[in-house]
Ligand binder design. Sequence first.
Ligand SMILES: Cc1cc2nc3c(=O)[nH]c(=O)nc-3n(C[C@H](O)[C@H](O)[C@H](O)COP(=O)(O)OP(=O)(O)OC[C@H]3O[C@@H](n4cnc5c(N)ncnc54)[C@H](O)[C@@H]3O)c2cc1C
Length: 499
Amino acid sequence: MSTEPWTAGDRQVVVIGSGPAGAAAARELLQHGISVTMLEAGLETPRGLLVRLGGRNYYRRVPPLREEVQHCVSGDPRTKCFAKLAPGGLTNNWTGAVPRFAPEDFTEGERLHERFRWPISYSDLVPYYEKIERSLEITADRRDVPQLPAGFSSHQNRLPDDWLNFQRVANQHGQGFTTYPLADGPPNLLVLRGTAFNSYTGIVRPLTRSAQFRLLTGAQALHLQSSELTGKVDAVVYHDRKKRSTERLSASAIVVACGPLGSAKLLHNSVSRTFPDGLGNSEGLLAPFLHDHPREWWIARMARPRKVPSPAAYLTRLPYQLSPPLMATSWTLGTANLQDKIRSRFGLRGKAVSVQLLGTMIPSECCVAKPSATTKDEFGLPALDVCIRYSDAEVDNVVRARQHLLNLMDEAGSRSTLDEIDPTLFPGTSAHYGGTTRMHAKPRYGVVDAWNRVYGAPNVLVCDAGCFTTAAEKNPTLTVMAIATRAAHRLADDLKRAQ
Ligand SMILES: Cc1cc2nc3c(=O)[nH]c(=O)nc-3n(C[C@H](O)[C@H](O)[C@H](O)COP(=O)(O)OP(=O)(O)OC[C@H]3O[C@@H](n4cnc5c(N)ncnc54)[C@H](O)[C@@H]3O)c2cc1C
């Protein structure tokens, strides 16, 4: 193993992963004068094609989505563990939906148990939400609606008029109906990638102009190393795919942002005398509380034609006080096919809308991401065993949500029926895992604290959706980026004070 000499002063931070979480953290550290070396397992960003005209995406070819890390699956055998080992991570493939969490999303779990109490609130994140939103070029409606606070958006969009009666009916049920906030970029775009915003091209690549930033691609972190003398974590050991060698890079602090499964694996593999069960695992919490978004997709056929919403429309969850704690669903309504997209451009009507449902899971000890007892990865380290299964209540929540939408359509004067349902109601299809390194004010309930610092190893931060204490029904990435930025801001302040 070779050890790289320390060159960038005492304040260098190693950020692991160039997905949106790592990118947001790295940018914040650099803006505060902290040197960053980013380790990224992937070698290059995959190609795609995006053709966007007049605020609508007409053609989108994303790179193939695969399970690029071989995890084991021991719960629902259909479980998917999608990963993109490439600069930009899963933002090479994502849709770009960026709703903010609502204030209650951070508090409603308390109705169930203290372990579901987030140590941060919505107002803690507001400045960081806005900072991130300003770099995502979002199209949205700028008005708050029930259960969905509006954020900063670069482009304004309103729903077509003939959905206003549906909006009124939704409001009568205490729900909001609005334009889905999407990081869709400028109205006209032709790029050789599959998504308008990608955390590599959007954030990391511009950082490479800074003398304080270094990006090492093909650098797969294997484990974090603790000093024999002090017990403090002081280095990352990684495999260099280009040199085919094992390298050691020392660091004064480390930001782990490999995605909720990748980060859990890295911490499990970081065993030392001080952390015999893995880093952050002294309370046995680095495994349970894995959660995901039960997701399904189908087409609703409407008896009465309407202008098809493009960009997509979003029906928010039922009010908190009317729902069991942590049980919710959101509905995204969009164009069902290219024909309808073209129709929508000219204000014409269609009779079909595509519907994506995202439900929630109540994080529990039954769903875990733990080291496999039998299977090793390509480096001889234990593979990650992903054990997750939806409960009957979680499946039922989604099934009831189908009917709820049809009832609202009916009330709004447009009887609708369901087409065949895409059979995706099994774990992993939304690629929205979370909870593996949950944050909590007390170490007995959390792996990291309110500033994403690992209990027992405060110079290690875990900044992806692994830190979610509970799952809201909203897409996670904007909140992940806001949390990562906030954590990096605090880390930068602490490093500067320690000088
Ligand atoms: C088809 C699809 C659509 C989606 N749509 C949306 C959406 O509309 N809205 C939304 O909010 N979310 C969406 N998501 C999810 C979103 O992409 C993820 O939430 C987000 O990318 C997670 O960011 P991350 O930085 O935590 O992890 P990732 O994006 O997974 O990035 C992790 C990075 O770490 C690197 N890495 C992993 N392990 C190591 C290691 N050991 N050493 C070094 N580097 C490592 C990887 O190569 C990768 O670059 C979608 C996902 C998919 C697949």
